[in-house]
Design a protein around this ligand. Structure first.
Ligand code: SAH
Length: 465
C-alpha cells in the first residue's frame, strides 16, 4: 500500500466520529484541537464524551448508526468495536466519496492517522501504511529525542517574520542560509535560554545586515559506494542545499532521492563515441556555467572524489577560474567493499599495508612495480579490473606471489545485490568468468581475504577453490 501524505485543514469543517468509548474520545479530542467541528454518533457515550456535549463542544447523536449522520461530513472516523458495523459505515462513506478512518483497521480505511511529533507549528507525521505501527512509534520516539522543544517556538518566530525574511533575502540561497543561521545560531540559543525578546532582537539585527552579491560555489562530494547509509552528514547536507547536482553514472539512485526536490539533476556519463578528455571538458564547463550564475553546484561522485575520481583535475580547473569550492570526502570502494565482505584490510598477522591500484590502464603503459606488488603480507585493492584479470594474476604470480594467495572479488559492494567471489589467485580469471562477475567490482588480493568466510555478514558469497 502506498499512501499519499497530506496535512488537512479541518478548521470549522465537520467530521463525524462513530463511537463513544475511550478510543473515540482520543480521536475527538485531537480533532477538536485542530479546530474541526465534531459530530459524534454513538449508542453509548462515555462520561468525557458526554461532558464535551454538555459544554457544547461537540454535537452528540445517541442511538444506532444512521446513514444520515454522514451528511455534510468531510471526514469520518469509525471507532466502534463492531467490525461489521465499521465495514458498513466504511462502505457507505466510500459510496459518498468521504474519506474514512476505521481505527486500527487499515484495510477498511481510506485515510490513516499518522504518528505525530508535535513542535507546533512544525508537525512531523510518520506512517508505516498501517503495516508496522510499532515501527512508526519507534521512529517517532527517535525523532522526539532529536529535536528539543525550542523548535516549535523557533518555527513560530520564523513564521511571524516570513514576509520580512523574504524581502530582506529575495534570493533563495540567501534565504536558506538565513534559515540555517536561525536554526543553528544564537536565536535558537536565546530561545533555549527562555529569552524570547533577545531572540527577536537578534533576528531583526541580522535581517538588517546588508548582504553581498552571492557567488556560486562547487562542492565536490563523495557519495560512497552505494548504500545511502554510508553518506556523510556533510554530504547529505550538501544534497539538501544544492541547486544543481552533476552526478556520475556510478552514483546510486537511492542517493539522488535524498537530494532537494527542486534541484536540477544532471547525469554525466561518457557519451558513446566521446573520449574521456571530452567528457571531462564537458563536466568542467557545466560546473563553470552553473557556478557563474550564482548556483550551489554539487559535483557528486561514486566513492571518494580523490580516489580514481579525477577530483583533483576538477579542483585545478575551478581554481584556475576562481570558482570557490569545498570537498566532502566519501567512503571509497576499497574500504566499503572490504567492510561489507568481512575483510579487514590490514591485520597484525597478515597484512601491514594496503595499496589502492587501478587496473584500468593500457597494459603497455602500466608502470607499476610488479615485484613490489607481488610481495606478500600486503593487501592489494584493484579498481576497474574486471576485464584485466588474466593479465593481472599472471603478472603477480610470475613476479613471485603465490598462486594460493586468497582473493575476494566484490561486485556491487554494499548494495542489495552484492556478491562476493572468493578463491585463490591462480583460479581468479577462470572463476570470475564462470560466475560472470561484472562491473562495478572491486578486487582484493592478499592473505586477509581468507578471513571473509569467518567474518562475512552481508549479501551473497560464492566460495570456490
Ligand atoms: N572514486 C571511486 C572509484 C571510481 S573508479 C571510489 O572512491 O570508490 C570505479 C571503480 O570503483 C569500479 O570499476 C570498481 O572497481 C570500484 N567500485 C566503485 N563502486 C563500487 C561498488 N559499489 N562495488 C564494487 N566496486 C566498486
Amino acid at each position: 500500500m502506498r499512501l499519499f501524505p497530506i496535512f488537512a485543514d479541518l478548521e470549522a469543517r465537520l467530521v463525524l466520529v462513530v463511537g463513544g468509548g475511550a478510543v473515540a474520545e482520543r480521536k475527538i479530542k485531537s480533532l477538536l484541537a485542530s479546530g474541526a467541528r465534531v459530530r459524534v454518533g454513538a449508542l453509548e457515550a462515555g462520561d468525557a464524551v458526554q461532558e464535551l456535549a454538555r459544554q457544547g463542544k461537540i454535537e452528540l447523536l445517541r442511538g444506532s448508526f444512521e446513514p444520515d449522520w454522514l451528511e455534510g461530513a468531510w471526514l469520518v472516523v469509525a471507532a466502534t468495536d463492531d467490525r461489521e458495523l465499521n465495514r458498513h459505515i466504511a462502505a457507505l462513506a466510500g459510496e459518498q466519496k468521504r474519506f474514512i478512518n476505521v481505527v486500527d483497521d487499515p484495510e477498511l480505511s481510506s485515510f490513516q492517522v499518522p504518528s505525530i511529533v508535535d513542535r507546533s507549528p512544525l508537525t512531523i507525521a510518520i506512517s508505516s501504511a498501517g503495516s508496522a505501527p510499532v515501527l512508526a512509534r519507534r521512529v517517532r520516539e527517535r525523532i522526539e529525542s532529536l529535536f528539543d522543544h525550542t523548535l516549535g517556538s523557533l518555527a513560530a518566530l520564523a513564521a511571524g517574520y516570513r514576509q520580512a525574511i523574504r524581502q530582506a533575502r529575495p534570493d533563495l540561497r540567501r534565504r536558506r542560509e538565513f534559515y540555517d543561521w536561525l536554526l543553528d545560531g544564537p536565536v535558537a540559543d536565546a530561545l533555549r535560554k527562555r529569552q524570547p525578546s533577545q531572540a527577536r532582537q537578534l533576528l531583526e539585527d541580522e535581517l538588517r545586515n546588508p548582504q553581498a552579491a552571492i557567488a556560486g560555489k562547487v562542492i565536490l562530494v563523495g557519495a560512497g559506494p552505494g548504500d545511502p547509509g554510508l553518506l556523510t552528514l556533510k554530504a547529505l547536507r550538501a544534497l539538501n542545499e544544492a541547486d544543481v547536482i552533476l552526478y556520475d553514472r556510478l552514483v546510486d539512485g537511492e542517493i539522488l532521492e535524498l537530494a532537494r526536490r527542486d534541484a536540477t539533476q544532471i547525469p554525466i556519463g561518457k557519451i558513446p563515441g566521446e573520449d574521456h578528455n571530452a567528457t571531462q571538458a564537458r563536466i568542467h564547463s557545466l560546473m563553470l556555467e552553473h557556478a557563474r550564475q550564482g548556483r550551489l553546484v554539487v559535483r557528486l561522485k561514486g566513492g571518494d572524489a580523490f580516489v580514481f575520481g579525477r577530483g583533483g583535475e576538477e579542483l585545478q580547473f575551478l581554481r584556475e577560474h576562481d570558482v570557490p569550492y569545498e570537498v566532502v570526502p566519501g567512503i571509497t570502494a576499497a574500504l566499503a567493499c572490504a567492510a561489507y565482505a568481512g575483510i579487514p584490510l590490514t591485520h597484525r598477522d597478515h597484512a601491514q599495508s594496503v595499496r589502492l591500484i587501478t587496473a584500468h590502464c593500457r597494459q603497455d603503459t602500466f608502470l607499476e612495480d610488479w615485484p613490489s606488488l607481488a610481495r606478500d603480507k600486503q593487501t592489494l585493492a584493484f579498481y576497474m579490473g574486471v576485464s584485466q584479470l588474466d593479465w593481472l594474476s599472471e603478472q603477480l604470480m610470475s613476479h613471485g606471489r603465490s598462486g594460493d594467495t586468497p582473493f575476494a572479488m566484490v561486485e556491487n559492494g554494499t548494495r542489495s545485490n552484492q556478491r562476493v567471489l572468493q578463491g585463490s589467485l591462480k583460479n581468479l580469471a577462470e572463476l570470475a568468468r564462470r560466475h560472470e562477475m561484472k562491473a562495478p567490482s572491486l578486487l582484493l588480493i592478499g592473505e586477509v581475504a581468507a578471513l571473509a568466510p569467518a567474518l562475512e555478514w552481508f549479501g551473497a558469497s560464492i566460495r570456490q577453490d
